[in-house]
Design a protein around this ligand. Structure first.
Ligand code: NAP
Length: 341
């Protein structure tokens, strides 16, 4: 790819998916300490859809290459790189500079596909220190499904939530974060309560290991349901991907001293929250923003030990990126949507 052009997508405006345009750009060359990667698969997150459509707006200048999550093959290394070689299969963390330790503003400022260009492109160069090896049992598509949704679920359950075997976890819906949370919680010996929009998806969630499921469309009082399922006490942990329109029910569904990982903005970014419920029950309400490379590495070890495979809903070709985003927006998916390069 040296001196060559590559295909990529640019966000070119804020007028919905029409602003997503395929372009040709010079392929970047690896600098000192960097690895040049041929991207083989990219997964979509709701955040990418928001950025592409200008719902929240990209946090940097336009044009911007979207998408945070990718996996690929090393094609060249820069000077000073000894731990990677051409042919190695690598997966790329959401924030390549957040290697370990606590979350910082500086790391957030380099989140791929938001503040800086992302991975919906054929070639990218990244610091050798940021990359992780793909477990042998995972394909490029499966590996590309992990950096945002899976690491977020891992951080929420095990780092922030300190999940213990035998505890109960409530997951909302059947998207990327929630299906990973379900898989990890079951691996850890937890009881999983899952709510979803359809009976078909409920069946699939139970097939994945959910202990009990509830259709929130036919019965919106899922907080009452969760309380009834836990003897009136409430669940130990909630994977809260909804935001303002679901948080009050999540607070009601949580036990005294329980933990809510506040992850998602599917129903907006601000709202009327019953703060007294958090106080009265001594709930730990914890904002989670993905996680570090160290968390990702630990998660990969657990995935390898368990022989776990991510739930892939569908895979689109590179030229069908707009259709892939339309599918995400439809809400018909179950698990992760991939684009193959
Ligand atoms: N903070 C972070 O680090 C972080 C990381 C990843 C994602 N996120 C955020 O988390 C949210 C989920 O992301 P994702 O990538 O997993 O999305 P996704 O794959 O698009 O999943 C969305 C699913 O959530 C369910 N859902 C939608 N509205 C709901 C509601 N009102 N109540 C319950 N479930 C509902 C639906 O599943 P059913 O049809 O089964 O109900 C829907 O298909 C997004 O807001 C995203 O921006 C945050």
């Amino acid at each position: 790819m040296n001196g060559r052009m590559m295909k990529a997508y640019h966000i070119t405006g804020t007028d919905g998916l029409a602003s997503l345009q395929q372009v040709e750009l010079p392929a970047p060359l690896p600098q000192h300490g960097e690895v040049q990667i041929r991207i083989r698969a990219v997964s979509l997150n709701y955040r990418d859809y928001m950025n592409v459509c200008g719902i929240r707006g990209v946090t940097g200048p336009i044009p911007r290459i979207p998408c945070s999550d990718g996996a690929g093959e090393v094609i060249a290394v820069g000077e000073g790189v000894s731990d990677w070689k051409p042919g190695d299969r690598v997966v790329i963390p959401f924030m390549p500079t957040w290697l370990d330790g606590g979350f910082t503003q500086a790391n957030a400022a380099l989140a791929l596909g938001g503040a800086v260009d992302g991975l919906l492109r054929e070639v990218e160069c990244l610091p050798a220190s940021s990359l992780l090896r793909i477990p042998e049992h995972l394909s490029f598509e499966e590996a590309a499904s992990l950096p945002c949704a899976a690491v977020t679920a891992w951080d929420a359950l095990f780092v922030r939530g300190n999940l213990q075997a035998g505890e109960s976890v409530l997951v909302l819906g059947s998207g990327g974060v929630s299906t990973f949370a379900l898989q990890f919680a079951k691996m850890a010996g937890a009881r999983v309560l899952a709510i979803t929009s359809s009976d078909d998806k409920a069946t699939r969630l139970r097939e994945m290991g959910a202990d009990v499921t509830h259709n929130y469309r036919t019965d919106p009082a899922w907080d009452e349901w969760a309380l009834a399922q836990t003897g009136g006490l409430g669940v130990d942990k909630v994977i809260e991907i909804g935001g303002p329109e679901t948080l009050n029910r999540s607070i009601k569904a949580t036990r005294f001293g329980g933990h809510i990982a506040l992850i998602g903005v599917l129903t907006g970014t601000a709202g009327d929250i019953q703060t007294v419920g958090i106080l009265r029950k001594g709930i730990r309400l914890d904002g989670v923003y993905v996680g570090s490379r160290a968390m990702f590495a630990q998660m990969l070890q657990a995935i390898t030990q368990a022989g776990m495979h991510p739930v892939i809903d569908s895979t689109f070709e590179f030229d069908q990126a707009v259709a892939a985003f339309e599918h995400l927006a439809s809400g018909k998916h179950f698990g992760k949507i991939l684009i193959r390069l």
